[in-house]
Unconditional design. Structure first.
Length: 480
């Protein structure tokens, strides 16, 4: 019997399935707190004299404080530097260029996006677990909203909308600044679904859009996608559809999902056939809202342009530097048009074109520098334009789905295609640990870098006759 030395080959570790590093519960809590604040607890608000603060804002700030104190959140080198520049520009515009400003308004405008300048550590190196949970939450709200809409015909609207009708009152109470109970059309008794916990049907619709984008770029389960489509029907809101209008072209073109065009045609035909029985013509009727000065569509997207013509465009200095933080509805003469305090209108009125480009440039930089799917990024990027700049919804989505989320699994794998010897696994490379793999025995983790590796790693192969590889020599006998 002859024992032959077989050579050991050292190649980087490679696996088709990325290894998930363990995440701790504190980091997970920091990650989910903003999302919980704008979903399960969204309707709660703290009474502050004649005004109120909805709980989503304190939840974001509490997550930021908890993360900093526990070391889970650390300033991101680039985003934090950009944030400091943004803060300097916004403060300078209010202090030096504007005739007057409200200090508390400026503080909140700068404090809420501060969280996006930090990076979360300890939540793992693979976002697939978190995305699965968020998808399950989105499906939960979707099904609850559908059940709520159908339930109002069985148990009545008071029981189908329990939080809005039986919620707490006092220092912590149900918010009064949002319209949660909206009929499907003027004068109708049937209410739009709001997902029970969410602020309004529009936020329910946006939750469905985020879930649809995550599902379409991930598992692609047709039953769940169909559930999200059914949720859009009972939400009777177009804001989520605006998010999908930005996400679907990216999904079709960037990810080459041309099959979605066929699905969209089938869904369109079904909706046209069922438009009257389901009352879906209300979506077409809402297109006429842009001409009605008291409608939400006009106040969100049309009224602001008229306000610019009244306050900004005739005055070049105002157009560039704004009227001062908090002065949108405190200036004289009073606005001649009905306008909602949406984020893009508020920033442009109060900080001018310079502040608008600076502020939204930072938000979009945080969104699109994320390593998540481009489709999800495009979907979330629409949200700051749909709601108020101090509305925690868009900030919570940006943090929970993009900025604080670990890199996506397929992002970590996209450089591993081809020869595994040339593409070390990024999770191992991130740790700085070389991985030794015996060509015959498979992957094996190297010893700690503190210990010197053995001069050679060999396997013994039993056979007859000469064998390949280094050692005493081809076919030399080691033992018998």
């Amino acid at each position: 019997m002859t024992v032959i030395a077989a050579p050991a080959t050292v190649v980087p570790h490679y696996s088709d399935t990325p290894r998930r590093s363990e995440s701790d519960w504190v980091a997970n809590l920091v990650l989910y707190m903003p999302l919980i604040g704008v979903t399960f607890l969204a309707k709660l608000a703290f009474a502050m004299g004649s005004s109120e603060i909805i709980i989503g804002v304190p939840m974001i700030l509490a997550a930021l404080l908890l993360g900093i104190l526990t070391g889970r959140l650390k300033p991101h080198p680039k985003r934090f530097a950009v944030y400091l520049m943004v803060m300097a520009v916004m403060v300078a515009l209010s202090v030096f260029a504007a005739p007057e400003f409200i200090g508390s308004s400026l503080t909140l405008v700068l404090l809420v996006p501060l969280a996006a300048s930090f990076q979360l550590h300890g939540a793992g190196l693979d976002s697939s677990v978190h995305q699965k949970r968020i998808l399950d939450f989105a499906l939960f709200f979707c099904l609850v909203g559908i059940a709520q809409y159908l339930g109002q015909f069985v148990i009545g609207p008071r029981l189908a909308y329990p939080i809005d009708n039986f919620g707490p009152q006092g220092f912590v109470s149900i918010t009064k600044n949002y319209n949660a109970l909206i009929p499907i059309r003027y004068g109708a008794s049937t209410l739009k679904a709001n997902g029970v916990f969410l602020l309004e049907p529009s936020y329910y619709s946006q939750t469905l859009a985020a879930g649809f984008a995550l599902e379409a770029t991930g598992p692609r389960r047709l039953t769940r996608l169909a559930c999200f489509c059914a949720g859009f029907v009972v939400a009777y809101s177009g804001t989520g559809l605006l998010m999908l209008a930005a996400a679907l072209p990216v999904l079709i073109i960037a990810e080459k999902r041309y099959d979605i065009l066929a699905y969209m045609m089938v869904i369109g035909i079904l909706l046209l056939a069922l438009a009257k029985p389901l009352g879906l013509e209300v979506f077409l009727d809402r297109a006429n809202e842009f001409g009605s000065t008291r409608s939400s569509g006009y106040m969100r997207y049309i009224g602001g342009w008229h306000l610019f013509e009244q306050y900004l465009w005739p005055y070049p200095e105002r157009a560039l530097f704004g009227m001062g933080s908090g002065m949108m509805f405190r200036s004289t003469p009073w606005p001649l048009f009905f306008v909602a305090e949406t984020g893009w209108v508020k920033i442009l009125i109060e900080f001018g074109l310079v502040g608008f480009v600076t502020y939204f440039g930072f938000l979009f930089y945080c969104i699109f520098s994320s390593r998540q799917s481009l489709t999800v990024r495009a979907c979330v990027a629409v949200t700051p334009l749909l709601s108020g700049i101090l509305d925690p919804w868009s900030h919570a989505l940006m943090l929970g789905l993009l900025v604080w989320m670990p890199p996506k699994a397929d992002f970590l794998q996209q450089q591993n295609q081809g020869d595994p010897a040339r593409n070390p696994h990024p999770l191992d490379a991130a740790k700085g640990e070389p991985v030794h793999v015996d060509a015959a025995a498979g992957p094996m983790q190297s010893p700690s870098p503190r210990r010197q590796p053995q001069p050679s790693r060999t396997r013994t192969q039993v056979g007859h006759g000469p064998g390949p590889g280094p050692g005493p020599g081809p076919g030399k006998r080691l033992s018998s």
